[in-house]
Design a protein around this ligand. Structure first.
Ligand SMILES: [Zn+2]
Length: 94
């Protein structure tokens, strides 16, 4: 079983919030263990807003709190990968 091979990360990704520096990450919910693409603000994962997102590793990021629907509330999500490939084409889904 190959995990994640058939996922459409771009469609999972929500729209960016204006005026905020956010990066797309694969994150795992500590409650139910599912992995989803999440957009996180740099300060929410213990990074300075001035850092280069493309240079970040998932291990640099701290867990962040976000709503998980199967868990029916806000849970902690642990970053497992920085989706740097999605950084360059934000807002250009053709
Ligand atoms: Zn969950």
């Amino acid at each position: 079983m190959s995990v994640g091979a058939d996922r459409d990360r771009e469609s999972e990704l929500s729209r960016p919030t204006a005026g905020q520096v956010e990066i797309p990450v694969d994150a795992i919910c500590v409650g139910c263990g599912r992995i989803r693409v999440k957009r996180v603000r740099l300060e929410n994962v213990d990074q300075k807003p001035t850092v280069d997102p493309a240079a970040l590793e998932a291990t640099d990021l701290t867990p962040f709190k976000r709503v998980c629907h199967p868990c029916e509330g806000a849970t902690w999500w642990k970053p497992v990968a920085v989706l740097s490939g999605l950084l360059d084409n934000e807002g250009e889904s053709a």
